[in-house]
Ligand binder design. Structure first.
Ligand code: SF4
Ligand code: SF4
Length: 479
């Protein structure tokens, strides 16, 4: 990979920044970013936030609720557990609404708060900048030392450092891959893969190796390209952001015309506050110059804010030349405030989240569907009754086995009955589904319509666990 890379010795020329992404040169070759270690208020807060994130990421798979993982995203088996509640493909209404809410949430959130997610919460940024990058600083030193090491000959020190870095990166990727898999298959399954012979868990073992290789490849080589080239959210920024969105922005009104700082500089030069020190560029993990305006490559990591603030303090000028602001705010010289638009979007987001939470909480633990057996309408039962044959599918989303009986509910309960075919109840195993067939038998005198709506109760003992609705079909004409 390194053969394909050339390092960013010079910041990108301003006039060329819209022609190509910052990490690709004119010949289409990768430019390696040697990002300087940021230091400052935002970096410190982000470090604390990242520790919280790591604590959550590495402990959540161990937390169980009612014997279930707190979260599980088993895509191959279409089984999802969110806050200890199991979701099946049959919960498609909730899934559909979740997806719609999620998309609206992303659109509104980004329109109001820009790439806050990318810089502060996105696992790619957090692991890259607050974990692997820090390990790299620890092993190879800061950006200047990294560049020297890369360009220098293969001495024993270079071999030792490179080897150490890549071994550490792979081991860390291996650990992350294990935890990542725990979110898909659960920690208990993962423990089995780790502790039992590989021959019994070939697929699981291969998954760990593949995930480890992917994470290692991303964090050791691919890096910021994941955000600038692959991430669909990143690529959608141009349509999601507008002039009022909160972004990391350079105050061009205050900063321009830029010029190198000189002691005893006279005011006649009419220079802005930007001292053209390139510190904001040197710390940028995606290699861009924030002074060129909003760019798709900016992940909102705030490193340039810290870098610029440090320089402003050094030259005794007010901080905030690069800051959280909106394009409109900077043009109009207004400070970033919690605007009416942001408030409105926040209220909308809270309402959407509330609806979703309500849906998740009100979801039934036992659910099912009843369908009349294909090709059959009604059957005569003796002289005075009619029956319909139905198929039932019941899903048990709880962690206990449950025998379920069926009873008619409402007026029909007095007149008719349910006959399960070949059994007295439907035995539902925990977190499983069961099928059955049953007849509903009703007196002819009761069947007064071609299609009669009936409610069927599913009982565990005397406890009504859920109700399902179906239609009973009778003859066209009644004598
Ligand atoms: S421009 Fe600033 S906020 Fe954006 S990625 Fe670079 S350093 Fe981070
Ligand atoms: S760090 Fe601040 S002063 Fe230095 S070049 Fe960037 S914007 Fe200008």
């Amino acid at each position: 990979m390194n053969n394909n890379t050339t390092e960013t010795k010079e910041p990108q020329q301003p006039e060329s920044f819209r022609d190509r992404i910052a990490t690709v040169d004119a010949k289409g070759k990768r430019k390696w970013v040697f990002a300087q270690k940021p230091k400052g208020k935002f970096y410190n807060i982000r470090t604390w936030v990242s520790w919280g994130f790591f604590a959550l990421f590495f402990t959540l798979p161990f937390i169980k609720l009612n014997g279930r993982p707190l979260f599980l995203f088993n895509i191959p088996e279409a089984k999802f557990i969110i806050f200890g509640k199991i979701f099946w493909p049959q919960d498609f209404v909730i899934f559909g609404l979740t997806m719609v809410t999620f998309i609206i949430f992303i659109v509104l959130f980004t329109a109001a708060f820009g790439r806050l997610f990318c810089g502060w919460v996105c696992p790619q940024t957090i692991f890259m900048e607050m974990f692997f990058r820090k390990l790299e600083y620890l092993i190879e030193g800061d950006a200047a030392k990294q560049r020297l090491l890369k360009n220098g000959p293969w001495t024993s020190e270079k071999i030792r450092k490179k080897l150490t870095k890549h071994i550490v990166f792979f081991l860390m990727s291996f650990v992350i891959a294990n935890f990542f898999l725990a979110y898909i298959i659960g920690i208990d399954e993962l423990k089995k893969i780790i502790s039992e012979p590989i021959s019994e868990h070939v697929v699981g073992f291969l998954a760990i190796i593949v995930f480890s290789a992917i994470f290692y490849g991303v964090y050791a080589f691919f890096r910021e390209q994941a955000c600038t080239v692959v991430c669909p959210y990143g690529r959608l920024q141009s349509v999601l952001l507008d002039r009022n969105s909160m972004i990391v922005a350079y105050d061009h009104k205050r900063g321009e015309p830029r010029g190198k700082f000189k002691k005893n500089q006279t005011a006649e030069l009419n220079l802005g506050d930007c001292i053209d020190c390139f510190h904001c560029v040197k710390v940028c993990p995606t290699g861009i110059d924030i002074r060129n305006g909003t760019q798709m490559e900016c992940v909102g990591c705030t490193a340039c804010i810290d870098a610029c603030d440090e320089m402003m303090v050094a030259v005794n000028r007010p901080t905030g030349l690069v800051r959280y602001a909106s394009e409109a705010g900077i043009s109009e010289g207004k400070k970033l405030s919690y605007t009416g638009r942001m408030k409105f979007y926040t209220i909308l987001l809270v309402i959407l989240s509330g609806i979703l939470t309500l849906l998740l909480l009100s979801r039934k633990d036992i659910d099912g569907t009843i369908i009349r057996t294909k090709g059959l309408t009604y059957q005569e039962r003796g002289k005075d009754s009619l029956s319909n044959l139905f198929n039932i599918k019941v899903i048990n989303k709880t962690v206990k086995d449950m025998p379920v009986t069926l009873r008619l509910i409402g007026v029909a309960a007095r007149e008719g009955k349910i006959e399960l075919v070949g059994a007295t109840n439907i035995h539902l195993k925990q977190e499983d589904q069961a099928n059955g067939s049953f007849f509903i038998v009703l007196p002819k005198t009761f069947v007064t319509e071609r299609k009669m709506k009936l409610t069927i109760g599913l009982y565990n003992g005397e406890e009504l666990v859920t109700t399902l609705r179906t239609n009973f079909t009778g003859p066209f004409k009644f004598d």
